[in-house]
Design a protein around this ligand. Sequence first.
Ligand SMILES: Nc1ncnc2c1ncn2[C@@H]1O[C@H](COP(=O)(O)OP(=O)(O)OP(=O)(O)O)[C@@H](O)[C@H]1O
Length: 619
Amino acid sequence: MDTNRKLKIAYKLSSMLKCELTDLTRLSSEQMEYIHRYIKDHVFLRACPGSGKTEVIGLKASYEISKWQEQNIGGLAVLTFTNSAAKELNNRIRKYSELTIGTHPHFIGTFDSWLHNFLLHPFCHYLTAYKGKDGDKSIRIIEQDSGADFMYAYQFKVDHKGKKVPVKATEYHFKDNWKTVVGDTDIAKSIISRGLTTTEFEEFKTVKTKFIKDGFATYSDAEFLCCRLLTKFKFLTQKIALRFPVIIVDECQDLSEDQLTIIDILQQKGTIFHFVGDINQAIYEFRDVNPELLMAYIQKKKFLELKLTKNYRSNQSIVDLTSLMIGNSDIVQANIGNLIPAPCILWQYDDQSFSDLPTKFEELILKHSLTLNQCVILARGKSTLDPLRVQNQNNKYTKIELFAIALHCWNKQQRNTDELTNALLYAGKFFFSIAYGGHPDVKNQYCPDGIDPVEWRLLLKRLLDEANVLYPFKANGVDMTWKNWVVLVKQFLMNKWFLLKYSSVTYDKIKNGIKSPDNKGDKYVHEIHSFTNLKNPFRTTTIHSVKGETLEAVLLISHKNKQSKGGHHSHWFREGNFTEEHIRFAYVACSRPKHLLVIATPMLSATELTQLKKIGLVP
Ligand SMILES: Nc1ncnc2c1ncn2[C@@H]1O[C@H](COP(=O)(O)OP(=O)(O)OP(=O)(O)O)[C@@H](O)[C@H]1O
C-alpha cells in the first residue's frame, strides 16, 4: 500500500472513530490493509508474534460497528478464548467506537459465552427435553474436575487393569453424533484407549445422557450439544447465521474440532468468518485443538490469506531465534532495537546452582535497568518451578532453619497452596538431610529411595502435625531464641525417630548436627517469618499463563530430565521437525520478551551446546 493511500484511509478512519490521526498513521500497511478490507470475504489474518493483533482487531471491529447501521440486521461477533483476552478486546473496541453501555446487537466475548448465551441456554432443552427449574431451562456447566457431591449420581465403575475404576460423567465427552467417546482425564483416556466393550460404551452413553437430561453439561458437552442443535434444527441455524452475519475469531489457532464444526455449519448458512491468529501458538492439544485441522479448513473454504509480518514486541535477535525454532524461513522484521548487546542468553545449571537462577536473573535485570515486575520466570510445568518459588537470598538454610520454615508455612492461618507446597518441601528436605543418604530429589518432596512418595508425604504431614508443640516459637508467651528452641527440637526428634522408616542413621548419630544457625543462638526463631516472605521477586509461572502477554525479560527453565512431558530443552529445539506441540509451547515462551531471553538448561553435551548456539543463544 503506498503512502498516499495509507494516509487517505487514516484520515477517513480518524473521522469515523474516536482516535487521533497519529494512532492510525503509525500502523503498517499490512495492518491498515486488514482494517480497511471489505468485511464480506472469509479472511485468515496470519499473524506473527507481537504483530499487534489486538490493536488491529480493536480498530477493525470499531470501524465495522461504526458503519453497521447500513446493514440493519444482526450484529458483529468478536470472539476470543480467555476472559482476560475478551476484556482487553472489549476495552480496545470501546476506546475507538461509540459503544458506551451495552454492545447490542454486537457481541464481544469468549467463544464459550457466545455459544452458551445464543444457543445452548435458550435452545438446548428442545434437544434434551430438560424440564428446567422454576421456569429456567438454562444448562449448568460443570467443570471437568468437579468434586461436588451430586456428581456421585453420575458415576459408574469400569474394570480396568484388574481393578474397578470409578468414572464420572464429567471425565469424557461424545462426538460424531454419539458415535465416538473421548476421554478428558488421564484415567478416562487410558480406559477408552484400551478399547471399550459394547456394554461399557453403552454405560458411558447412559450416564452421560442422564447427566445432560438433568440439565448439566461440561464445556465439551456444550460444544457437542450445540453441534447437534445446529444439525437437527435447520431453522435455528438460519436464525443464528442471520443474527451474526460476520464473526471475527481472535486467537483462531485455539479453535477445537467441535467449534470448527459449529463454524462450518454457520458458514454454510452464510455467516462470514474472519480468523486472526498464529498457528504456531496453538497450545491447547489437551482440549482437542489441532492446528492442522484449522489449516485444512481454511484451505478448503478458500479463505483469503492476509499477513501481519512485523513484530512490534521483540528485538531482532529474539525474533530471529523464535523464527528458527519453528522453521520459519520468512523474514520477520523487528521494530525495536537491541537494548542489550547479546539478548539471547544460555545458562547451564547443576543441582547446586539451580536454586541460584532467580538471583542470577535478578542481577542481570538490574544491570540492564529492566523493570522487575515485567520480568518472568517460566517453565512448561509447575514441578520445575516449585523449588524456586520461595527461597532466601542464596537458599542456603541450615537444617534447623529448614524445619522452622516448614513449621511456619504449615501453621499459617488460611494456608494457601504455595504455603502447603513449601511446608512439605522444606520438611522433606529437613528430614531427608538428617536421616537419609542418597540422591535428593526435590520432585517428591525429597522422598528417600525405596519409600513410596505418597507414604512419604503422609509421614511429613504427620510429623508437621505432631510438631505443633514447637510452634509458634514461644514459651509462656515469650519469643524463643534458637538456643532454647534447639533443645525442644532435639526432644521431638528423639521421640519421633522411630517414624522415619529405613533411615540410614540413628538419632544419636545425628543429634549433634541439630544446632542453632551460626552466630544466631541468641536471636529469635520467629525472625524466620521475614525469611519466608523473601519470595523470589519474580512472577514464577507456567508458559500457559503468559499467552498473549508482552514482557521485558523471560527466564525459561528447562526441566533437568528428558522424561518430563515437553519440559526439557531437547523437546523444544528440533531440527527439521517443527510440528510438535512442545515446540509451540517453547515458541510462545520465547516470543514474550521485548529485550531479554535467558534459557537455562541442565549441563549440556558438546553436541547440544553447538545446536543451541546455532539458533542464536550465547553461553
Ligand atoms: N503499528 C504499531 N506500531 C507500534 N507498536 C505497535 C503497533 N502495532 C502494535 N504495536 C504494539 O506491539 C505490541 C504487541 O502487540 P500485541 O500484544 O497486540 O501483539 P499480538 O499480535 O497479540 O502478539 P501475540 O500473538 O504474540 O500475543 C503491543 O505493545 C502493541 O501496542
